[in-house]
Design a binder for this molecule. Structure first.
Ligand code: VG1
Ligand code: CO
Length: 544
């Protein structure tokens, strides 16, 4: 097989963000752009040569072309074997599972997750390491450093590889195995949950559910697991055909983007259980009849009820949440007498805690939860966990959450996103706020007194690596918090995220609307950060 060595020049903008390198498709289609980044992975990760690599993506526009390019580069870089999902498809959690179960040296997942797709949408590439999880900062840092110096890449002159039939083939020296993207993952789910109990629930006349696949990668997974293996009626999975542009919408499971599901669940004769996942299948939204479960609450409820699920019957080693995620799970950990870790935003920070067996469950406020069964967040896993829980407790979603609030109090929570603001303005807001932090402790805002204010940094307890600049926090003495950070996944301008949280324990105060319950904090956020003035926006673009 002929290997071409192609000269190239570095692109200065290949620094991976919260979750891989994410740009508009037009960037990835620029000559050498994808190739430079992929070669930077191969150059900086010497352990890949001679080993197995897992490859797949969420099926968005450019997925198939990118798979072919990466296969030819893998041949030229002496990868022994590439395992590809049929049609180039793998959900992020399924890819994580394959890396682990096959003992692969790593994996490449092509996805921009919840960002829109299509020719004018976004594309992304994530590199996962041998534990199945997102590359830690040391690895993404090395890839980025390599991308700044790269002057050539290697690619084989090879025919188009058939990725549309399951089976083994040899292309030059390299083996390519095309696998069913769903089967192993579905088997894993079946090993964790009480499928017989869930099957009876889904087949009973008194229960119905809808799962919105948002025309993204989870369609085939949800169909196999919910409709085939668990026997839910056909039509349980909505918008199940994966489309290259997700039908023109954001594959982001929240009430803004999963509108139809929201209308159904808050309408008359609503199903008992509603759920959705995102572009690459790692996020989840959980809904009951007329009831929205905040992701932070979802994590806490899961932790408190894990003993009812077969895989977690033996108890939890510990839990972790990203810093902006509400402290609801902290309260559960305290009651269970297990450790609770607070990490920066992004799944990569959970990897060491999971590998070191310090935690069993972890999650983020951004609709991400998972356990030690893989090293990624896992959308369908969370949905199945809830389904198993509903079957085990015989109660509705709303009752389960309300009982949780009665026991632990309610952590009112909301996130306000200001999207596509000019990067300079967003930077200025953060700089001003950072410099104002030292004066905040001791200051009173109405009845609320600031206890501490800082720029969050994290020392990983396993390898002692330190990550700084992970979000500005204002911590009030009563436990309320406001957090400000800039998104690391957006591709147009900057996105400011403002996270607000307040703990309420008075039993008669647990049923308020979150925005109303957090109104005082929302006002404080505005007054300390001058958001309207600096972003030029009257209101957030998305409220979750
Ligand atoms: C967002 C979320 C974060 C999540 C990340 C990747 O990052 O806030 O919690 O881990 O997306 O999710 P940011 O930097 O934009 O806030 V996804 O589903 O890409 O894989
Ligand atoms: Co995702």
């Amino acid at each position: 097989m002929e290997i071409r060595v192609v000269s190239t020049r570095p692109f200065k903008d290949q620094k991976p963000g919260t979750s891989g390198l994410r740009k508009q498709v037009s960037y990835f289609r620029k000559p050498h752009y994808l190739e430079n980044f992929v070669q930077s992975i191969f150059n900086s990760q010497q352990g890949l040569a001679g080993n197995e690599l897992i490859l797949g993506g969420d099926g968005r526009f450019f997925n198939r072309e990118a798979v072919q390019i990466i296969l030819r580069m893998a041949m030229a870089n002496e990868i022994r074997k590439v395992t590809v999902g049929l049609g180039g498809i793998l959900s992020t959690p399924a890819a994580s599972h394959l890396i682990r179960s096959r003992g692969a040296a790593g994996g490449i997942v092509l996805s921009a997750s919840h960002n829109p797709g299509g020719p004018t949408g976004d594309f992304g590439i994530k590199f996962n390491v041998a534990n199945g999880g997102p590359a830690p900062e040391s690895v993404t840092g090395a890839i980025h450093a390599t991308s700044l110096e790269i002057d050539h890449y290697r690619i084989a002159r090879a025919p188009h590889v058939d990725i549309d039939h399951v089976g083994h083939q040899h292309v030059g020296e390299m083996e390519v195995e095309v696998v069913d993207p769903v089967r192993d993952y579905a088997d894993l789910m079946e090993s964790l949950f009480d499928f017989p109990a869930m099957r009876s629930l889904l087949q009973s006349r008194d229960f119905s559910m809808r799962f919105d696949a948002m025309h993204a990668v989870t369609g085939p997974y949800a169909e196999e697991i919910l409709e085939q293996r668990l026997g839910a009626p056909a039509g349980t999975v909505m918008r199940k055909e994966p489309l290259a542009d997700f039908g023109g919408r954001h594959p982001d499971p929240n009430l803004t983007h999963a509108r139809e599901l929201g209308e159904l669940m808050f309408g008359r004769d609503a199903p008992d259980f509603g759920a959705a996942s995102d572009g690459d299948g790692d996020r989840n939204m959980i809904l009951g009849q007329g009831f929205f479960v905040s992701p932070s609450d979802s994590l806490a409820v899961m932790a408190a009820n894990a003993h009812l699920i077969p895989a977690y019957r033996g108890g939890l080693k510990g839990v972790a949440r990203s810093m902006p995620t509400s402290q609801a799970v902290d309260a559960v950990a305290q009651a269970l007498g297990i450790p609770c870790y607070e990490t920066p935003t992004g799944w990569k920070f959970f990897g060491n805690l999971l590998d070191d067996a310090r935690i069993t469950l972890c999650g983020e406020e951004s609709f991400g939860t998972s356990s030690d069964h893989v090293r990624e967040k896992d959308g369908l896993w969370a949905v199945l966990f809830w389904l198993n829980l509903i079957a085990a407790r015989g109660q509705s979603v709303a009752t389960i959450v309300r009982e949780h609030w009665q026991r632990f109090g309610r952590h009112y929570y909301t996130r306000h996103d200001y999207e596509e603001i000019e990067s300079e303005r967003a930077e200025e807001l953060m700089i001003r706020l950072r410099s104002a932090l030292p004066d905040l402790p001791g200051r009173d805002f109405g009845p609320l007194r600031v206890g501490a204010a800082d720029d969050f940094s994290y020392r990983d307890p396993v390898d002692d690596s330190v990550s700084t600049g992970q979000g500005l926090r204002i911590l009030f003495e009563d436990g309320s918090r406001i957090v400000f950070r800039l998104s690391g996944t957006g591709t147009l301008g900057a996105t400011l995220r403002v996270y607000l949280e307040r703990h309420e324990t008075r039993p008669e105060q647990l049923e308020e609307d979150s925005q109303a319950a957090l109104a005082a904090l929302i006002e404080i956020a505005e007054s300390v950060a001058d958001i309207r003035n600096l972003t030029g926006k009257e209101a957030p673009d998305v409220i979750t």
